[in-house]
Ligand binder design. Sequence first.
Ligand code: PNS
Length: 159
Amino acid sequence: MTDRIAVYPGSFDPLTNGHLDILARARRLADRVIIAILDQDQKTPLFTVEERMEMIREIVGGDTSIAVASFTGLLVEFTKSVGATIIVRGLRAVSDYEYELQMALMNRRLAPGIETVFLMAKEEYSYVSSRLVKELARLGGDVTGLVPNPVRLRLADRF
Ligand code: PNS
């Protein structure tokens, strides 16, 4: 049987412990998970795509079932190009749902063979977002426990 491959897309600017929790859950559904970082996003990122890829490799590098890539253009095209059939997204509060539903339905219209799967992170990460982590770090707050250590160190460097 061929490997079941999932793509876990996002900005990951930076990766949080919430992302890592979703990743571990995605790993239970698929043989291989490809973390796909959107390049050329409209938003101005704190970390370059290369920096984000480097950090993530440092964190998950030991696990051969997880790969890190960047992509431009449509997510479904990238997903097809790597032979994946699942797109994984994390859901936190109800506020995430509307945007996620629209994206999942648009992606389904574009590529009916690809299924979007929503996973819920541990409750303790339900309020953790890259945006709030960056704000906390910028204002001198402690991000320990919210992000993996390599991210914490890079945030400390940056601010
Ligand atoms: O972490 P984010 O910023 O919520 O991730 C959003 C992401 C990267 C998953 C989304 O913006 C995306 O897939 N962008 C690529 C363009 C695309 O395919 N859009 C959806 C159909 S129009």
